[in-house]
Ligand binder design. Structure first.
Ligand code: C5P
Length: 396
């Protein structure tokens, strides 16, 4: 996909600069043509020689290198015109500020300003710097300008703090890069994805919930968007995803209501949400107080609607996908769901298996469809599961 694509990799001065070496390697492996540009600060972390060796190309470090051929007469303009995709990795608060405000005071900021090709940035910095309103405002400006931003990951930071600010995993980075060259095979399709566990209120402060992280649903929505679909994501979890219509809900009833509105015009529905089967029969108006004399407390539950079953019963052209998260008898339980819920496909996974439980980034899926033998996919990242699923949908 990246073969012969011209990728300009801008490295700015953060500790994650050393990780950009791995990105350059991955790009070269995919036969992209890589031009690295480094700020002065970046060169304090990693030498241009290292990047030059890995990218198989001299690194551009300043605007005033003497002309060596008629082609590099005006370096920043030549570079800008050459570029198919510009990535800034890591992107410091400094370059984010410059890009948001049109400042051009070195080869990096000047070339980025001159580049009309798509731009993709990976902010990485200390959590407090990232949260600073000035940085957030600049990021907002960049987003409004159509610059792609991949949020930093949470975890252990170089300065010893734990928080948001790390460079995301290589697979996430490569996915964001490749997305710029993906054929839009779902263009014109309307896709609805549900994600997360529903929260069924007990009283104004408490609810019954489950362990679903929503990651599988978010991956399904992300990949569908990247393939050009018009995506509506109905979610109970936070979804910092651009380029789709996001509807936040809490309960199964709210999810059902929202789905009923969009389903008639939907091409494909993916029910990745973990919908609670039961909800409290009565929701207390006020916070329930504990009674010192009673050790037992009973909440009466009533059945939630089976959203998938109800919605799928009204389908005509829609392709409907359900999930089956099981801890035993995976196949027989999933087969039953396929029949009972009127789904076209059930994606089954044993949540008791290592690597496919709630909250992890990987999943092992068995795909079931009527009149076909089940197929089991190897353990893979949830993004790869989503890619494989949409590939199946496109080619079915
Ligand atoms: O019956 P079970 O909960 O195992 O079925 C899982 C599938 O059915 C998932 O796709 C889930 O989103 C959907 N579901 C639903 N409404 C419910 C329960 C599950 O749509 N009340």
């Amino acid at each position: 996909m990246l073969k012969d694509k011209h990728i300009a990799v801008y490295v700015t001065g953060g500790i994650a600069a050393y990780k950009s070496l791995g990105i350059v390697r991955a790009l070269i492996k995919q036969e992209a043509i890589v031009q690295v540009i480094m700020t002065d600060a970046a060169q304090k972390f990693v030498t241009p020689l290292t990047f030059a060796t890995l990218s198989q190309h001299p690194v551009i470090t300043d605007n005033f290198t003497p002309q060596t051929s008629p082609d590099d007469f005006i370096p920043h303009i030549q570079l800008a015109l050459w570029t198919d995709l510009a990535i800034v990795v890591p992107a410091t608060a400094n370059i984010i500020g410059k890009m948001a405000n049109g400042i051009a005071d070195d080869i990096t900021s000047t070339s980025l300003l001159a580049t009309t090709a798509p731009k993709l940035i990976f902010p990485t910095m200390n959590t407090d710097m990232y949260d600073n309103p000035a940085v957030q405002k600049n990021l907002q400006t960049l987003q409004e300008m159509g610059i792609q931003i991949v949020e930093p990951a949470e975890g252990f930071l170089a300065e010893g703090m734990t928080g948001k600010g790390r460079l995301p995993e290589l697979s996430v980075i490569m996915n964001a890069i490749e997305n710029n060259f993906t054929e839009k095979k779902l263009a014109g399709k309307k896709v609805v994805v549900t994600a997360g566990g529903t929260k069924e209120a007990i009283d104004p402060v408490r609810y019954i919930g489950n362990r679903s992280s929503g990651k599988m649903g978010l991956a399904m929505a992300t990949v569908a968007r990247d393939l050009g679909a018009e995506v509506t994501l109905i979610t109970t979890v936070d979804a910092p995803l651009a380029g789709m219509n996001i509807i936040q809900v809490q309960t199964a009833s709210e999810m059902m209501q929202q789905l009923q509105d969009v389903f008639p015009t939907t091409d494909a529905l993916v029910m990745a949400a973990a919908v609670a089967d039961f909800k409290p029969l009565h929701v207390a108006d006020q916070k329930i107080k504990k009674n010192d004399d009673e050790d037992l407390f009973t909440i009466e539950l009533t059945k939630n609607p089976d959203i998938l079953k109800t919605i799928a019963a009204t389908k005509n052209k829609q392709f409907v996908v359900g999930f089956a998260a099981e801890t035993q008898n995976l196949l027989s339980n999933a087969e039953k769901k396929l029949a009972h819920k009127n789904a076209d496909v059930i994606l089954a996974n044993n949540v008791a298996n290592e690597g496919s439980g709630f909250g992890v980034d990987t999943n092992r899926i068995t795909l079931l469809q009527k009149n076909h033998e089940p197929t089991t996919w190897p353990l893979m990242s949830k993004i790869d599961v989503a890619k494989k699923f949409w590939d199946f949908y496109i080619n079915r």
